[in-house]
Design a protein around this ligand. Sequence first.
Ligand code: C2E
Ligand code: MG
Ligand code: MG
Length: 670
Amino acid sequence: MIAPFSRRFQVLTLAAGLVAVVIAVYLTVPLLLNAYAFKDAEKMSYRWILGLSKLFDLPGTLPVYNDDEDSLLNRLLFPKQDFSAVSREVDLFDPARFEQGAHVVSLRGYTVFTQFGQRFVSGGRPVHRDLQSVRIAGAVDKVMQTGRSLSFLNSDTLASGDRIVTVMFPLLKWGRPHAVAVVDVERTALERQVFRAIQGAVTVSAALITLIALAILMGLSYLDSRRRSAESEASFLAMHDTLTGLANRRQFNLAFATALASAESTCRRLALMCVDVDDFKEVNDVFGHLAGDRLLIGVADLLKAKVGEAGLAARLSGDEFAIILPDGGSEIDVLDFGAAILEALSEPFEIDGQRITTSVSIGFAVYPEHGIDAETLNRRADLALYRAKADGRGCCRAFQADMESSIRRKRRLQKDLERAVLSNDLELHYQPQIDIASGSIIGFEALMRWTHPKDGPIPPSEFIPLAEESGSINMLGKWSIRTACLEAVGWPDPVIVAVNLSPVQLESGTLVADVKEALQLSGLDPTRLELEMTEGSLLSDTEMVIDSLAELRALGVGIAVDDFGTGYSSLSYLTRVPLTKIKIDRKFVEQLDSDRHVEAIVQAIMGIGGSLDVKILAEGVETFDQKTKLHDLGCRLVQGYLYGRPGPNPYGEGNPVGTALSDAQRRLAG
Ligand code: C2E
Ligand code: MG
Ligand code: MG
C-alpha cells in the first residue's frame, strides 16, 4: 500500500508539473507563433516579389525558394505552394491576390532598394521607403553581403502597436546580390486568435487538472482524517473499557506504575482500592444482562464522579473496579472516602423503570505502609476486599497483616478439603423436620460436618464457600448425596432426607447421574430424597439446570427452595422449576415476634404455597411463640433448635430411634 504521505507528495508533484507545463506553454506558444508568422510572411513576400518581377524589370532575380528543404514541422504547418502560378495581371498593390487561404499575416507594403540604397520601386504602406532607419539600412547591408533572405519583427513600429514582420530577399544578378526587395507584412487578428485559443485551451485544461488534483487532495485528506479518527478511536479503546468508558486494566497498570514512582519521589502516600459489586451475578440473573450492564455503567459513573480529577477509576473485569488515589492520605482518610462511595451507592439505581439496589465491597492498601511495589499493593488490596466480602459485603476494609495468614489458612484448608472425603473427616448430621399438626417427624435435613485433624471442627459456613471456590464442592456434594441415601435407607418409611446442593453442583452437569447412582447404590425410594437449593442457584435459568431438575422430579425426587426470601425478589423461577417445598428463611421466623410486617410476608408465602401446591416449611424455629404464630398462619412444617439440633444419624447404630432429638422435640413428637 502506498503511504498517504507519498500519495500526497505525488499529487503535489503532479500539480507542480502542471504549473510548469502551463508556464512552458505560455512561453513557447508566442515563440512558435513568431516562427510561424515569419515563415508565412516569407512565403507571402516571396510570392509578391515573384509577381512583381513579372510586371517590372527588377534590378535582379529572386533566388530559388526551396520549399522542399523545409523542416518537417514547416511542411506540416505550411501547405506546399506553387510560386510560379503568380499571374502577370497582378495589380501594383492588391494584397488580396496573394493571400489565398488562411494566413496569420497580410501584406502591408514593399520597397525595392538598389545596391546603392536608392528606392527602385515602392507600393502599399511600407514602414520605410528609404534607408534612413539605421536598423533597416543595416539589415539591407547584411542581405547584400550574405546574399541570404532575412526576416525580423520590425521594432521601429512596435511602439505604435503595429506588429509588422519585415522580410528581405536579395535580388541576384550574375549570381550576386544586386538589389534588396523589402516587404512589410502585418500580423493579423487570426494569429492573435490562434494564440488566444491555445492559451485558453491550456488555461482551461490546466484549471481542470488543478481542480481534479485538488479534489484528489481533498479526498485524500478526508481519508486521512478518517484514518486519524479511527486511529484515535483505536487508541482510546486500547486504554478504555468499552462498556463504562472508564480506564481499562492496561491503562490502570500504566497509571499505577506512574503514580507509584511519583509517590516514591515525592514521599507521599498512595492508596489502591479494589471495588467489587456485591451479588452481581444475581442482578444479571434476575434483571437480565442489559440491566446488569446499565448497573455497571451507573456504578462506574458514580466512582468516576467521586474520584474526580484527583485519581483514576478503572474497570478491571466484570464487576471488578479499582481506584488509584495518588494523594490517598492516611488509612482513616481512605476509609472515609470508601464510606462516601458506599453512602452514594445506597441510593437505588433506576434502570428501565425498575429500582435496583446494589452495594459494593471495598478493600484497599496504602503505599508505603502496606507495600512498596505494585504487585504487593494489588494483592493486599485484594485481600482486604476478600475480608470485606467475608464480613458481610457492603463495607470497606483496609489491609491488615492477619489477612495474609488467613489466606494461607484458606489455601491450606482448600487442600485439606480435597483429602477430607478419603480420610473420613467428613460426616453428615441430621436435623429433624416436624409436622406440627400431627406432631410427627417428616424427615431430616442432612448438614455436612468437617472435623479437621489439626484445627478441629470447621463450620459449613466457612468450608462450603472454600469448596465452592476451589471446585471440590462437586466431590463433597456427591459424597453427601450418596451418604445421605445410604443412611436414610435404614430409616422408617416415609421419613425423608433433605440434602443441600451448591449452585456449583447444579451447573456441573453430573448432578442427575450422581443422584441416580446414589439411589441405585442405596436402594432408597426416590420420593424419600429431597434436594435443597437456594434461590440464587435457581435464578440462572439455563436450560441445563431446568432440564436436570425436571428429570430428577420425574424420578420422584423432591425439590426444595432453601432460605426463601433472602435472595433477589424475583419469583419468576417459581413457575419454571418443578418445586415441592419452600423453606422460609430463619430471618423471618426470628422477626415474627418483633416485626408485624413479617407476618404479612409469611402469609403471602403461605398463599404462594397454596396456589402452586407446594409445601411450606419454616426454618430456625427456636421458641414456642414462633411455633404458635406459624401454626396460626397455617404453616405446618417446621425445623429448628426447638425440635432438635443437627446430630449424627438419628436411626444409626448406637443411636436408637429418637436419641438425637431434643427433649422438647420428643415431647412434641409424642
Ligand atoms: P441451611 O441449609 O439453611 O441449613 C440450616 C442451618 O441453620 C444449619 O446450619 C442449621 O444448623 C442451622 N439451624 C437449624 N435450626 C436452627 C435454629 O433454630 N436456629 C439457628 N440459629 N440455626 C439453626 P449449618 O449446619 O451451620 O449449615 C449452614 C449452611 O451450610 C446450610 O444452611 C447450608 O446452606 C450449608 N450446608 C450445610 N451442609 C451442606 C451440604 O452438605 N452441602 C451444601 N451445599 N451446603 C451445606
Ligand atoms: Mg438447607
Ligand atoms: Mg436454610
